[in-house]
Every structure is written in structure tokens, then in C-alpha cells.
Design a protein around this ligand. Structure first.
Ligand code: GLN
Ligand code: ZN
Length: 763
């Protein structure tokens, strides 16, 4: 018999119950007991949704972050919070949140880094974990209370419990050595705590423990590979059976290592590495369980059950009892329940599966494998019909888009002339001073703006009135910018709730869920739009607003767009064509918008690519391919304009060393980046590369309510000028200002403009 299990369930709740409970507790509006009771209730609900499985995950629930939970279990807290005597849960939140979170959901993806513990992305997902901090003197001490309590709770409910923990090598690998010491030196004593942990679980009657080692899908050097052998030989004597789980990618050269570690079972991701399964079966010692991840834990599409069975049945024959099936990874990365959706187009809805539905699929697969397809004939037929309908739907396939895509040529992404020639024409047209000042696009999203938008969405406000309200906001932004003396103005993005959703809503080929929320970090969630079909632009998306804004001023008004790579990376994308194809389609649609803006007399156009870096594949060997199509997509979007039109791009992060060549290849006339917190050091990457075009290094940390002084900004820009010639420098904030208050923005920008004037006087 083939067994089924799950690697993790989303904990936020089908209606984001956990989010609201956390936020109310943090605001002091509810008690700790209420919060804990809700946690218990959610766990119980989620286990009951998983009751058909042979093994359900325990310990996947977290009040904030599963990596932080692991740090607590290992008694490994940042030094600055040790010695806190209050309640454990409050201490936990202190580590998690340190600085209060202030950005809102739709900004969390790019600008959410607001915790005491540093946050970073969990592999190539949009989930952010709290980075474990190590030093040479780090010690560990088991504190398994939390996990053991959840286990007892599960056992009391007769859940077939499989505790889930992060493995020791991945735990070290995803952490940071604060003193640059060798993290691997900590391995022996860390593993000792794992030995105790496994013993505690065994003592509580556990048979299987899932130990996650996703670091095995990345490139590991000999020391890290060796660490796996060291660690798992020490854990071998444990009384529990270990299921070593890998996911998100291919094992590649770690395959032999993964197959031969002394554990009882191995889970692998057959969505991302199907071709590795057969060789792996050949390599796997014959006593080991092989768990195959056959349902995609990262997207929202129905699984093709028939095709999966065609592939799995021979494997089941071969492996018998040793075969387990599961989602490819934890379902943390998908929304909870498609049945909550009541406004989705019925046809599109019939193509989708969220976490609950994915587990149903797994169940159907297992019944078919164990009792023959006949036993689930109807369900297989329904699934097949839905997939066939999607395959042939005219909503998905647009011949005109296909045709345009077939005609892509490198010329399309080519500016008419090189930067130097364009720059002089742009200078003549725009007539900007040295150290020109600008902002990144958004101005504060005030309560009034949000109210107007929600009233418009609920039809309390008609379009004409909504438009008036937005125009008033645009006018306010323009007037403020003129009063401040900024050089290149923006319209302020009042009409946009989110930089991706705004465009998705207007492009054909996109659908929107009501409750398709996915945890980004802590209580923050994102609701990625669903890219289901060929992308086209029925009509202009921004031109009206930008033209209006330009009509209010004689200063240049910057058109503001989100780039194709960012739209792609922050969406649920199609699984029936390569990401690159979807990206090119987006590129062609946004290119039309760029050309329309130019036609409407807009001379400066910014195309944000905030998420370009986060699309990088897990393995460096695959970067080149991604960067090729990502950069080409941007070029197609941006580069059809005349020499005189100045193209800006914006990226809000601060690591460019390894992608600088690709950034240069995009050939934007101006790039604005996040730099204020890194003291301009990241400009070294641009300097060393001899980056040829203009750069606006951010001088104002928009994540913080602090107002930078004129002097600080001057100092930062002087440092910038040591690395980039002053003629090619712009002065601007790190990112958009939507999460700030006007009362913070105005003095900060006034100081910024004053600083630019000081700098001009010095050259
Ligand atoms: N133009 C967007 C804004 O200003 C950019 C946001 C971002 O880079 N995340 O809000
Ligand atoms: Zn940004």
C-alpha cells in the first residue's frame, strides 16, 4: 500500500484568522489566552482537514515563523534578548518584531524587512524567515516544550502525527555568522541537541519525524556535503525514523549524498526534479522509504491526476510499501481553501486547487494506486475534464498574442542609440540641474485614499466621483512636489492599491481571488494575482492619470509602470508554458503602455523591477538563463522609445555584485536603488563594473520614520560621488513613500532638495 502524508499546512487560516488575532494581540486589544486559543483552534481545524492522510505534520503551526520556532527549540536566541524574564510568547514576539512593522500587505514583498531579527527569503519563495544569528561562541540548549505540547495536542485528537523540524545542516546554512566565524564548527554541539530532541519525541511515542533539509537542492561545497554525513551519522542511533525532506529544486550533484544518508526515508520534489526520481530509485538502499512530491505545493493549479498516475503506477509496482506520496513541499506557499471563493469566474475556478483541494487530489491518487483507478473513476474524469477544458479554452489562448510572440526579435529590445548619445539629447530636452532630485513613485496612501478606493470597489462611489477623489490626490502630490522644488515629479500612485495588482486588473489573462492569501512573514500576507491566460492590454492603463498629472505642471512628469519580471514574480503563474514565455507576453503588453505614454508627451518613464533579483534560481548554474530572458523582457518593454525619452528603472534592494552585468544590460538611462542603509558601499559594485549610465542611490530610508538631515544626505551623496561621477548621479529616496505619513515625507524631502542644492554649489 502506498501511504500519503503532508509536509506542512498553511497556518494563517482560510480567512486570515491568525493574522487578525496576532495584530489584535499586539495592539493590546485581546489577551494572550485568546490568541493561544485561536492557535489551538486553527491547528485542530487544519488537522481535521488532513485526516485522510496516513501522516499529518505537527509543529508546522507557528505564531510567527517556523525558523524562529526552531531557534527557540534549540535554545538559540540572539544575545540581545537573552535574560528577558517575561512570558515566553512575548519574548518570542520581541525577537520576531523588534521594530514595529509598518508597511502594509501589498508592500511587504519588497520592503518588509522590519524585524529585530533580520529577515530573508526562504529559498526561492516569497516567505520570509528570521535569520538565525551565529557567533563562534554560540551555544544551544534544548527547549522542546512548544513542539511537545503541539504533539500532545495532536495525539489527544488521534492525529497520526509526524513532527516536522528543520534539519541541522539547513539550520546552519540559512543562518548568518555575525563574526564571520565558521558556522560548521558549531555542528557537533548542535547535533547533540538534535539527538536530545529526537529522544524527547521518541519518548512521546513518535514513530516518524520529518527533518527538512532543503539546502540539498542548492550547490554545496565539500565541507557542507561532509557536514551532512557527520550530522546524520550521529543522528542514526535515534529511536525515531527520520524522513529527510528536500524540496524546491533538483538534488543534482547532491543526489548520491541524499540517497545514502543513514535515514529511514527520503522525500523529493517530483514537480521540480521529476527526471531525478528514476535514477534515485536505483541509488536508494532497499530498506528506505521514498516519498515523492507529486502535487505542486507552490502553485494553485489542479494536478493532472491521470498523467500523474500514468507515471506513478509503475513506480508503485516497483516500490510497493516503500512509496509515499505527498505535495512537493509544505503547503505554506498556497492559499487555504478554494471553496471560500465566491466571486471567481466559475470556469477559471474549475482549474484551480488550493491547499485543501491539493490534499484531496493526493487522496484520489492514493486510492487509485491502492485500489485501482476504477475506485475513483468519476473523480478522475472530473479532473480530466477540467484540465482538458483549460487546455483548450479560448480564455487561455489568444492567437494574436502568440503571433506577436513569434515575431520577437532582438531589435525590439534595442534603443536607437547608445546611452551617451541619448544622454545628451535627454539633457537638452529636460534641462535638469546637476544632482537632479526625484522620488520613486508613490506618495502616502492616506486613510482618505483607502476609503475612496474601498467605496469605489463596493460601488458606494461611482467612477466619476472616484476619479475626482484620485485627481484631487494627484493634484495635492504635484503641488507639494512643486513647493518642495523637486526636479522630476511623479503623480503619486494614489489610484494603485498595489504595484502588481493594479496592472493585473487591467490586463487580459489575469484573475483575482478574494481569499487567496499567502503568508509573507509574521502576520503579513500577499494575495498574488493569478496569471491564467495569454496576456494582452485591452486599453491604456496609466496614460489618463499621468497626462492629467503632467497637465498640472511644467516640470517633467515621470510615467510610472511595473516591469514584466516583477509582475511575473509576484503572481501565481501558468504551469502550461515556461515562465519566460509569460514574461515576454507581459513585456509586449507593457511596451504598448510605454509607447502610449511617450506618444502622450511623457518624456520620462520609470519601469519598476523591484522583484528582478528575487526570481533568481536556487542554483547559480541556472542564473544565466533566467537573467537572459528577464533582461530581454525588460528591454522589450522599455527600449522601443526615442532617444529623447528617458527610461528609469527602480530596484529596492542592495545586492548587485553578482547581477551587475545584467543590470547594465537592461540599459535603462537611470536606475534608482536602495542604498541609504548600506552607507553607499553597494555602489562599489557599480564602480568596479564601470557601470555606464545614471544612478540614483537612495538617500532616505523609507522603512524608518526617521527624517534624514540635510547634512546626512550631503555626506551620503559625497560618498556616492567617490564611486560614480557626479554628472551621472541623482538624488532620491530608497523606495516609494506610500507607507509613510505626509508629516514625515515633507521635511525629509525638503532636506533632500536642500542637500542637492548644497551639492550643486560644490561642483
Ligand atoms: N513605484 C513604486 C512605489 O513608489 C515602487 C515600489 C517598490 O519598488 N516596491 O511605491
Ligand atoms: Zn522600491
Amino acid at each position: 500500500m502506498v501511504s500519503t502524508h503532508n509536509l506542512g499546512f498553511p497556518r494563517i487560516g482560510a480567512k486570515r484568522e491568525l493574522k487578525f488575532a496576532l495584530e489584535s494581540y499586539w495592539k493590546g486589544q485581546s489577551t494572550r489566552d485568546t490568541l493561544k486559543a485561536l492557535g489551538k483552534d486553527l491547528r485542530q481545524r487544519h488537522w481535521s482537514l488532513q485526516s485522510a492522510l496516513d501522516l499529518s505534520p505537527v509543529g508546522d503551526f507557528s505564531f510567527y515563523d517556523q525558523v524562529l520556532d526552531m531557534s527557540f527549540t534549540l535554545g538559540h536566541l540572539p544575545e540581545r534578548v537573552i535574560g528577558f524574564h517575561g512570558d515566553q510568547l512575548d519574548n518570542y514576539f520581541r525577537v520576531a518584531r523588534g521594530r514595529s512593522a509598518q508597511s502594509d500587505d501589498d508592500h511587504a514583498q519588497c520592503c518588509g524587512g522590519v524585524a529585530a531579527g533580520e529577515m530573508t527569503k526562504w529559498f526561492d519563495t516569497n516567505y520570509h524567515y528570521i535569520v538565525p544569528e551565529f557567533t563562534a561562541t554560540t551555544t544551544f540548549k534544548l527547549n522542546a516544550t512548544n513542539l511537545l505540547e503541539q504533539l500532545a495536542e495532536a495525539q489527544a485528537l488521534n492525529v497520526k502525527a509526524k513532527p516536522v523540524i528543520i534539519g541541522p545542516v539547513t539550520y546552519l546554512a540559512i543562518g548568518k555568522a555575525k563574526d564571520n566565524s565558521d558556522r560548521l564548527a558549531l555542528l557537533p554541539q548542535l547535533v547533540q541537541v538534535y539527538v536530545e530532541l529526537l529522544e524527547a519525541l521518541a519518548a512521546q511515542g513518535v514513530e516518524w519525524v520529518q527533518i527538512d533539509e532543503p539546502i540539498l537542492v542548492t550547490e554545496l561545497d565539500a565541507d557542507w556535503q561532509h557536514a551532512f554525513n557527520l550530522a546524520y551519522h550521529q543522528l542514526k542511533s535515534s529511536r525515531v525514523k527520520l524522513l529527510l525532506a528536500t524540496y524546491f529544486g533538483q538534488l543534482a550533484d547532491n543526489q548520491y549524498l541524499a540517497a545514502n544518508l543513514p535515514v529511514a526515508g527520503l522525500h523529493v520534489d517530483a514537480i521540480n526534479a521529476r527526471h531525478e526520481i528514476l535514477p534515485l530509485i536505483g541509488m536508494l538502499p532497499s530498506h528506505k522509504v521514498l516519498s515523492i512530491g507529486v502535487v505542486n505545493g507552490r502553485n494553485i493549479w489542479k494536478t493532472d491526476l491521470t498523467a500523474t498516475l500514468d507515471w506513478l503506477e509503475p513506480l508503485a509496482q516497483r516500490l510497493g510499501e516503500r512509496l509515499w506520496i505527498a505535495p512537493s513541499c509544505s503547503l505554506l506557499h498556497v492559499p487555504v481553501d478554494l471553496d471560500s471563493e465566491h466571486q471567481l469566474d466559475a470556469e477559471i475556478q474549475s482549474w484551480l486547487a488550493f491547499a485543501k483541494q491539493k490534499l484531496e487530489e493526493l487522496h484520489i491518487l492514493s486510492v487509485a494506486l491502492n485500489h485501482g483507478r476504477e475506485a475513483v473513476k468519476e473523480r478522475l474524469a472530473t479532473n480530466h475534464a477540467a484540465l482538458e477544458a483549460r487546455r483548450h479554452s479560448q480564455r487561455v489562448h489568444n492567437p494574436a498574442v502568440r503571433e506577436a510572440l513569434g515575431k520577437l526579435t532582438p531589435q525590439l529590445g534595442q534603443r536607437q542609440n547608445v546611452y551617451a548619445q541619448r544622454a545628451s539629447k535627454q539633457a537638452a530636452l529636460l534641462n535638469l540641474p546637476k544632482y537632479p532630485t526625484t522620488t520613486i513613485g508613490s506618495f502616502p496612501q492616506t486613510a482618505e485614499i483607502r476609503l475612496a478606493r474601498s467605496q469605489f470597489k463596493s460601488s458606494e462611489l461611482d467612477y466619476a466621483d472616484y476619479q475626482l477623489a484620485m485627481k484631487a490626490e494627484i493634484e495635492r502630490s504635484v503641488r507639494e512636489q512643486e513647493a518642495l522644488g523637486l526636479d522630476v515629479l511623479v503623480h503619486g500612485e494614489a489610484e494603485r492599491n498595489d504595484m502588481v495588482e493594479y496592472f493585473g486588473e487591467q490586463l487580459s489573462g489575469y484573475a483575482f481571488s478574494q481569499f487567496g492569501w499567502v503568508q509573507s512573514y509574521g502576520s503579513r500576507c500577499v494575495k498574488p494575482p493569478i496569471l491564467f491566460g495569454d496576456i494582452s492590454r485591452p486599453q491604456a492603463m496609466t496614460v489618463g492619470w499621468i497626462k492629467y498629472a503632467q497637465s498640472l505642471t511644467s516640470k517633467p512628469m515621470k510615467g510610472m509602470l511595473t516591469g514584466p519580471v516583477t509582475i511575473l514574480n509576484w503572481s501565481f503563474v501558468r504551469d502550461d508554458q515556461p515562465r519566460a514565455v509569460s514574461c515576454y507576453q507581459l513585456a509586449l503588453a507593457i511596451r504598448e503602455e510605454v509607447l502610449d505614454l511617450e506618444q502622450a508627451g511623457i518624456n520620462v518613464i520609470q519601469i519598476d523591477e523591484a522583484a528582478l533579483r528575487e526570481g533568481l534560481p536556487l542554483r547559480k548554474s541556472q542564473w544565466k538563463e533566467y537573467l537572459n530572458w528577464a533582461v530581454e523582457s525588460f528591454r522589450i518593454t522599455a527600449n522601443g522609445v526615442q532617444d529623447e525619452t528617458q527610461i528609469h528603472t527602480h530596484m529596492c534592494y542592495s545586492e548587485f555584485n553578482d547581477i551587475i552585468a545584467a543590470i547594465a544590460d537592461m540599459d535603462a538611462d537611470v536606475i534608482t536603488i536602495e542604498t541609504s542603509r548600506s552607507d553607499m558601499e553597494l555602489l562599489d559594485a557599480f564602480d568596479n563594473f564601470n557601470y555606464p549610465n545614471e544612478i540614483g542611490p537612495g538617500v532616505y530610508d523609507i522603512h524608518s520614520p526617521n527624517i534624514p538631515t540635510q547634512e546626512q544626505i550631503v555626506q551620503l551623496m559625497k560618498k556616492a560621488a567617490e564611486r560614480v561621477p557626479a554628472e551621472r548621479l541623482w538624488v532620491n529616496p530608497d523606495c516609494g513613500l506610500k507607507t509613510r505619513q505626509w508629516s514625515e515625507v515633507l521635511p525629509a524631502l525638503a532636506n533632500m532638495v536642500a542637500a542637492a542644492k548644497t551639492l550643486r554649489a560644490m561642483v
